[in-house]
Write a protein that binds this ligand. Sequence first.
Ligand code: TYD
Length: 194
Amino acid sequence: MMLVFDGIDGCGKSTHARFVSEYLISKGLDVVFLKEPTVESPAGKILRHALRSGKRPEPEEELHLFVEDRRWDVENRIIPSLNSGKTVVLDRYYYSTVAYQGALGIDLDMIWDMNSFAPKPDIAFILDIEPEEGIKRISRRRNSDYFEELDYLRKVREIFLSMRKMPEVRIIDSSRDRGSVRNDVMKIVDSMLS
Ligand code: TYD
């Protein structure tokens, strides 16, 4: 089984991904919790460094790095884990690449195509929140960086929301309190388990 949590910065995806992972472990499942971009692959290292320094690569180069990082993740961790019967929970996946790199003006269909090597998850939760609120939630904890500009995130959010017709996608209103969001997520997870 494979579950993805995605959405704009500050949407709460990491919190809910971690919570669901712990829940699945308590149910006796063998869970692998992964985060993209990774910190292990050569491309992931370049991206993490770029994120920290605020020096963003050119859009095409950035797209290439996110896809290369994912290729590494799929080959080294996702496929082997799924093949050995483990449950994979991912904090960000190709939905982020389509939304974030698509918001830079790169053709969305091309981005989907470039990611066609990557297995499709059973469920992709996209936690939806207004960019203003997302930024507010993050800046309480850390300074906002270049990825977190309002106009940009508005475009990113729009692309995320345009995915609502995909069969595996569940858009969750994440502007509510954490407990209500968690309830919605858990209902879907429980119905998957039964
Ligand atoms: P994020 O999960 O927010 O990392 P952290 O919790 O460590 O801050 O991801 C970092 C940024 O990378 C985020 O702003 C979104 C961006 N990103 C893309 O632009 N494309 C992608 O394909 C992925 C996976 C992430």
